[in-house]
Design a protein around this ligand. Structure first.
Ligand code: DON
Length: 302
């Protein structure tokens, strides 16, 4: 299979999809990006990496960070975490407050903001410094020691993240937040503000397609990674998870920076990036590219 040729074709064909949707502007800083950029990278389990477009340009990983914090918490905590967060699709926007009250402070899943705040809280309890732990992990797994937080985006989220603050205090009122809210929010905003390229992301996510095997030994057991992929498939793209399963057919995690990480178990990990988002908060060009790639390679899990 000529994977490089497929990626080059997808980049060439992707101009129309790149104009669909709008760049996220609720976090000031994200909207300053050049929205006409598009990148794709495929990291094969056999070791080769294929790239096309703006695959080495850094962007804000935002909610894609939630896959990595969940992986770290699962590795350290086993099943304990699931007493504080469910693993069902939410059917509501990623930052909704309503469901959290109806369900007595137990977030629907670890990828909506409330669930991710619980995971970050747990990681803060389990590690001396969750942010350091995440950054070290990403640098190791991608072999890029330069990965770091975009301080401008982190500050911007801190200044405007009132909804996340509301969710965190709400969780505290249900005794589902252990650490002080400002500490959890700071760690959460900084994890979302990490900047990475498609190349970095596809490489760092390799353990997800290799049965839990990282660059340097096991990150998760095969059982754990199978489950993490299941949560990505059902909850990783929020209210569009059904459409993603239909069009792409892979476990995916999106972020409002326009990135999507996708896993082809046993074969490769894919990262795409296009800043304009659909109404559900997922990259429009990203989903179009992934749908084409899985259609042409047969990589859907279905
Ligand atoms: O908390 C927020 O709203 C952002 N830092 C992350 C949201 C996000 O990326 C949702 N993903 N599609």
């Amino acid at each position: 299979m000529n994977i490089q040729g497929l990626l080059d074709d997808i980049v060439t064909e992707n101009n129309a999809a790149l104009q669909e949707g709008a760049v996220a502007d609720y976090i000031p800083g994200l909207e300053t990006v050049d929205a006409d950029q598009f990148g794709i990278a495929v990291a094969m389990n056999s070791g080769e990496t294929y790239r096309a477009g703006h695959s080495s340009t850094n962007f804000s990983i935002q909610s894609i960070s939630k896959v990595f914090t969940l992986a770290l918490a699962m590795a350290l905590d086993g099943d304990e975490l699931w007493t504080r967060v469910s693993r069902e699709p939410s059917g509501t926007p990623f930052n909704s407050l309503v469901q959290l009250e109806q369900e007595h402070g137990i977030p629907r899943n670890p990828f909506i903001n409330s669930g991710a705040l619980v995971v970050t809280d747990r990681l803060l309890t389990l590690t001396a410094d969750s942010q350091e732990c995440l950054q070290t992990f990403l640098r190791q797994q991608s072999s890029n020691p330069l990965i770091q937080v975009d301080e401008m985006i982190a500050a911007s989220e801190k200044a405007t993240g009132h909804r996340n603050a509301s969710l965190a205090y709400f969780l505290t009122s249900y005794n589902n937040m252990v650490n002080p809210v400002p500490r959890v929010l700071n760690a959460y905003f900084r994890q979302c503000a990490i900047a990475m390229s498609c190349e970095d992301l596809a490489t760092a996510g390799g353990f997800l397609s290799r049965g839990g095997r990282g660059v340097d030994g096991s990150v998760l057991t095969a059982d754990q990674v199978r489950r993490l992929n299941a949560v990505m498939l059902t909850c990783g793209t929020y209210d569009a998870a059904g459409d993603f399963a239909y069009r792409v057919g892979l476990p995916c995690k999106s972020g409002v920076g326009g990135g999507i990480l996708a896993v082809v178990p046993g074969i490769c990990t894919i990262a795409v990036w296009g800043p304009r988002l659909s109404k559900s908060g997922n990259s429009s060009a990203g989903v179009t590219a992934l749908a084409k790639l899985t259609a042409r390679t047969g990589w859907s899990i279905f």
